[in-house]
Design a protein around this ligand. Structure first.
Ligand SMILES: Nc1ncnc2c1ncn2[C@@H]1O[C@H](COP(=O)(O)OP(=O)(O)OP(=O)(O)O)[C@@H](O)[C@H]1O
Ligand SMILES: [Mg+2]
Length: 1109
């Protein structure tokens, strides 16, 4: 919900009052109560006009998120709840848009949150200003300068774990667009005494602890340091560790920040070397040594530390040792050297350590400035952020020179605050054309004068005392003050000539008291002179200048003997006065913005608001005074437009819209409300309200009116809502009624319709049944008629039939009787002829009839025309037996002829060949039956078509009868080789199967015989004529799958060519001529084991055995 609400004014949902100017009644109590109330509700920011009071919450609040930044961006200052972002935005926008340089003055006591506030301002400005790689780098460098300066300039104190021990003023420079260009940092008065001594419960500067905890072993060795804090006299041990602070991690952050800011590695290391040297200086100890001349002298106890420092800094050990033992005073070309006693030696050592550290700090600031300085020469707009210690008031007269100086600075800041606020107020009155009324306020110029007056101011007195020859002590200084300032109304001292305080026991003798604008402060004079002198013996600065470590050398330029300056260096007081004067001059040229930080408790704890503590701060920050100044003329002012917008509902003429100019609208409004004229004034653009009461009255009226308006709106809205609801219901009711009626009518209609249908169907049914009945009756009548007629006709017909039958029978009887009578008559007449011829004639006739019947029946029972069909009808009569057989034979012959007649010549030849084969082999060779079904093809090998055998084909001119591959049995071992077997009209040829080359050629006349077994094998021998040329190698023995065909064709060809029958011998044992020898080929019944193929084996010289399975 809270997120949803839109704020248009600071006055909306205020907790207490957001602006103290509106506090009524105004006194310390109401002021504190208001702060407390707001603090309890986590509202840590409250305004006094344009001044922001910030109460340290000591816990992280969710009010700095990027969303918050966006919320406050480009909004008017009084539009939203008080926030540091509102002030930052206002400052940034008037810098960017109105070209006014700005300064943001952040004051408050230690731990009040100044440094945090300054960082918040910077981060807000960084978030809202321009973006881009270059701009972002500048922003990053500006932001990262903080961790570096905090490491070297901040320390844990009793009041603040991260207390800034220096004042800081930073100018951030912008270009005309509002993009950051760079910055310049000034530092004020580093609390260098902390380097050598820290109060109880406090620490030295963070960097020492960070270095020892966070540096690597290697770096520590290089810097000749040890990690143990207890090894170093300058480090207090009782609070070396700070809760929630990780020094080692912070060391890394600082190194990283140094890198971002632009420190070279070697620079960062030199800086750390100086830090190490300072730490080690603390460990140098002295012992007394008496001299003959009675003067005290000191000596370094253990030179080891000195040696290491010298190694680290590159200083000649003897030079540094001497500088710790002697002091040379030069006056008018005379040099006088005196020895230092132990106390002086320690003083010299600490002075050196403090100087070394504070100069290093100033060098760091300058080095950072070098990095972050704007790179262009264009005109810049500047926003200065001042984070400086607020008033410091210690109890029990513990305030010393530092507090005096700090309080002086705050006195000056208050002065410009008053000046600028009044000036601004006055300018606004002039701008708005409002009559200026005198404002009565306390002007603290008189106090500033007491301190800084060049002739009799306290600082001038101190300087005078320090420069005076003769013995100078703090007491002589106080005496002097007592003389010079005794009459000043803000100076108080027990010893002053003025007897006012003679009996004031709260004022010790060694102290003086100043009535600052924020309260009285008691200063202890002890140490004033010394601190103001800030003495470093020349011998030491000269020794430092001689260092080969470039950074250390550069820190002590006065040590250069060539530039010896006998004039005393300016005192700390005058230096500070000068820098404060510069700062004030700088601030006066800018538009000021104030952030007053308040610390709510001493415990650094959240949620605790110690009223006494806050009251004290409110007093010395002069906040009530601030409110009074702001309220002196008019407490509240507002531009006409937002004022009219806010209160227009209070008057009929202006509500809801005012047509004319806003100013006249406000006039009408104020007249109508009868606000007394002395309570307000009309400026050019703003209305000025004198008393907050008037404003609150307006607010109350507005609240009341808003409630009325809300009720009105509610009323109208409710009315409207009810009416709309009613209309909607009415409309709905009509629609529902219409629909219901329609539905009811529909239902009734459907009911009537279905009833009508039922009645209709009943009537129709009844009518139909009636017709049906009639029809049935008619039909039955018709049927009855028909039946009757039929019966009648039947009777008639039967009667007629009976009559006809009777008549026919009678006629038949007549005919039969007539036939019988005729037969009788004929038989009587022909009896004599019939007996002589009838028997023979009847027999012949019967026989004739039987034969005729036999043939006619045979015609129908004839078997098929296939010659192999064995069917023949059975014989019907025994006497026809021979005829029947003869008829069967004739029929068979006839059908065979018929079958033969359809043969072509080729088929005829085949059958001739088959016949020949049958004659030759039937019942002689067991292979024959399987050949009957195989057609004889002759040319199994198509030599013509195979290009491989082209040569073979060309060599043969005759017609080829057989061309087939056969196995030629090698007579020597019984193995077989494939050969092409060719039979032509005159020759038998054998050729190689692969190449087609002719191996043997035998004229058919030389073939004498063919032998083969009677068994189921394809072996056959071709015997050649003895003495013929072909027979020189002997007879051939082949095996072929087509033995029957081949033998038949060989037989037939030989017969047709030689007119001689070829001898075909079928025997299971025959002789074959092998060259000179005759070998017996014997066929035996072989073993089934060898498979179904016959095997041939040479048994001995004379026997070749063929095993046939
Ligand atoms: N706005 C804030 N929100 C949360 N915590 C805060 C805020 N302001 C300050 N603090 C807390 O208070 C502590 C002290 O604040 P800071 O260091 O700013 O004080 P200071 O006024 O600068 O003191 P010194 O004068 O000692 O430097 C911070 O470390 C932080 O813990
Ligand atoms: Mg600080």
């Amino acid at each position: 919900m809270a997120k949803m609400e839109v704020k248009t004014s600071l006055l909306d949902n205020m907790i207490g009052v957001g602006d103290m100017v509106l506090l009524e009644p105004l006194n310390e109590e109401t002021f504190i109560n208001n702060l407390k109330k707001r603090f309890d509700h986590s509202e840590i920011y409250t305004y006094i006009g344009s001044v922001v009071i910030s109460v340290n919450p000591y816990r992280s609040l969710p009010i700095y998120s990027p969303e918050k930044v966006e919320e406050y961006r480009n909004r008017n200052f009084y539009e939203l709840s008080p926030h540091i972002f509102a002030l930052s935005d206002e400052a940034y926008r008037s810098l960017r848009d109105q070209d006014k340089d700005q300064c943001i003055l952040i004051t408050g006591e230690s731990g009040a949150g100044k440094t945090e506030a300054s960082k918040l301002v910077m981060s807000y400005v960084a978030a809202v200003c321009g973006k881009g790689a270059e701009v972002n780098q500048v922003k990053e460098q500006l932001l990262q300068s903080n961790p570096v300066l905090e490491a070297f300039g901040n320390a844990k104190t009793v009041r603040n774990d991260n207390s800034s021990r220096f004042g800081k003023y930073m100018d951030i420079e912008f270009d005309f667009k509002g993009d950051p260009l760079g910055g310049v940092i000034s530092n004020y008065l580093l609390e260098k005494s902390r380097v050598v001594k820290q109060p109880r419960g406090e620490r030295n500067f963070h960097v020492f602890y960070q270095l020892l905890s966070g540096a690597s072993e290697e770096l520590l060795n290089k810097l000749k340091l040890e990690r143990d804090f207890s090894k170093y006299n300058y480090l207090s041990l009782d609070s070396a560790k700070v809760n929630g602070v990780d020094d080692a991690a912070n060391f890394r952050t600082v190194r990283n920040a140094m890198q971002i800011v632009g420190f070279m590695d070697h620079e960062a290391e030199s800086v750390l070397a100086v830090v190490a040297a300072v730490l080690k200086l603390g460990n140098i100890e002295f012992k007394p040594e008496s001299r003959v001349n009675g003067l005290d002298e000191s000596k370094i106890k253990d030179k080891n530390e000195l040696k290491e420092i010298c190694e680290l800094t590159g200083i000649d050990q003897s030079v540094l040792e001497r500088a710790f033992s002697f002091r040379t005073v030069e006056a008018k070309q005379e040099k006088v050297s005196t020895t230092l006693n132990v106390a002086q030696a320690y003083y010299a050592r600490d002075a050196l350590a403090k100087n070394l550290y504070s100069r290093l700090f100033s060098w760091l600031v300058n080095r950072i400035n070098e990095s972050i300085k704007a790179q262009t020469k264009v005109r810049k707009k500047v926003m200065g952020v001042l984070d400086i210690y607020g008033f410091e008031i210690f109890e029990n007269a513990d305030n010393s020179f530092e507090q005096f100086i700090i309080n002086y600075c705050n006195e000056k800041l208050q002065q410009i605050f008053i000046e600028l606020t009044l000036k601004e107020e006055q300018e606004e009155y002039i701008r708005e054309d409002i009559e200026w009324t005198h404002i009565d306020y306390f002007n603290n110029a008189i106090i500033c004068d007491l301190i800084e007056n060049n002739t009799n101011g306290i600082l001038a007195m101190l300087d005078e005392e320090c420069l005076r020859p003769g013995t100078v002590t703090d007491e002589t200084f106080l005496e002097k003050l007592n003389q010079v300032c005794a009459t000043h109304q803000h100076f108080e001292s027990r010893m002053s000539k003025c007897s006012r305080f003679l009996n004031d026991t709260s004022l010790p003798h060694s102290c003086f008291r100043i009535q600052h604008y924020a309260g009285k402060v008691l200063y202890q004079v002890e140490g004033f002179v010394d601190k103001n002198n800030d003495l470093l013996y020349r011998d030491l600065s000269q020794a430092m200048w001689k260092a080969s470590h470039a950074l250390i050398k550069s820190l002590f330029p006065e040590g250069n003997p060539a530039k010896i300056n006998l004039k005393r260096p300016p005192t700390a007081g005058s230096q500070f006065k000068a820098s404060v004067a510069t700062l004030m001059k700088n601030l006066q040229t800018k538009n000021p913005n104030y952030i007053r930080c308040i610390k709510p408790n001493d415990k650094k704890a959240a949620h605790i608001f110690t009223e006494a503590l806050v009251c004290h701060q409110i007093r010395y920050l002069g906040l009530l005074e601030n409110v009074r100044v702001r309220r002196a003329g008019y407490a509240f002012r507002q531009a006409y437009e937002p004022c009219l917008e806010r209160y227009k509902m209070l008057c009929k003429q202006t509500w809801p819209h005012w047509k004319g100019p806003a100013r006249s609208g406000v006039e009408v409004l104020f007249n109508e409300l009868e606000i007394p004229v002395e309570e307000y004034s009309f400026g050019r653009s703003k209305i000025f309200i004198r008393n907050p009461r008037t404003l609150f009255k307006l607010e109350d009226l507005r609240k009341q009116r808003l409630e009325d308006l809300a009720t009105l709106i509610q009323k109208i809205y409710r009315g409207w809502k009810c009416r709309t609801h009613f209309l909607l219901m009415k409309k709905s009711q009509i629609v529902i009624a219409a629909w219901y009626r329609r539905y009811a009518q529909q239902k009734r209609y459907q009911q009537t319709k279905s009833s009508a249908l039922v009645i209709q169907s009943y009537i129709r049914g009844w009518k139909a049944r009636k017709i049906l009945r009639e029809l049935k009756h008619q039909k039955r009548c018709k049927e009855a008629v028909t039946t009757i007629a039929a019966y009648w006709h039947g009777t008639q017909a039967r009667r007629e039939l009976k009559r006809l039958k009777e008549e026919a029978r009678r006629k038949h009887a007549v005919a039969v009787i007539w036939a019988y009578w005729l037969g009788l008559k004929v038989r009587r007449e022909y009896r004599k002829f019939f007996r002589a011829n009838a028997g023979k004639k009847i027999y012949e006739f019967t026989l004739q009839r039987i034969v005729q019947k036999y043939f006619l029946e045979m015609k129908n029972k004839m078997p098929s025309l296939s010659p192999i069909d064995k069917n023949w009808p059975s014989r019907p009569y025994l006497f026809l037996d021979s005829t029947h057989k003869e008829l069967k034979r004739i029929f068979h012959l006839w059908r065979c002829k018929k079958y033969r007649d359809q043969f072509t010549d080729q088929q005829k030849l085949i059958y001739e060949e088959k016949l020949e084969a049958s004659e030759l082999f039937k019942d002689k060779k067991a292979l024959y039956p399987s050949s009957v079904g195989q057609p004889f093809q002759g040319a199994y090998l198509e030599i013509n078509k195979n290009p491989k055998y082209k040569k073979l084909k060309d060599a043969i001119e005759e017609k080829i009868i057989i061309a087939e591959v056969v196995n030629k049995i090698n007579r020597a071992n019984g193995k077989s080789t494939s050969r092409i077997f060719l039979l032509t009209n005159n020759n038998l040829l054998l050729a190689d199967q692969k190449s087609g080359q002719i191996k043997s050629e035998v004229p058919l006349v030389d073939v004498t015989k063919v032998s083969m077994s009677s068994q189921n094998d394809g072996f056959f021998a071709v015997h050649l004529k003895e003495g013929s040329e072909a027979a020189s190698k002997g007879d051939f023995l082949f095996s072929s799958d087509h033995l029957i065909e081949m033998a038949t064709k060989l037989y037939r060809t030989t017969l047709s060519q030689t007119k001689q029958k070829l001898n075909i011998e079928i025997s299971d044992e025959f002789l074959v001529q092998f060259r000179q020898d005759k070998v017996c080929v014997k066929f035996i019944q072989g073993n089934q084991k060898n498979g179904s193929v016959p095997t041939c084996k040479r048994k001995n010289n004379r026997l070749l055995e063929v095993a046939v399975p």
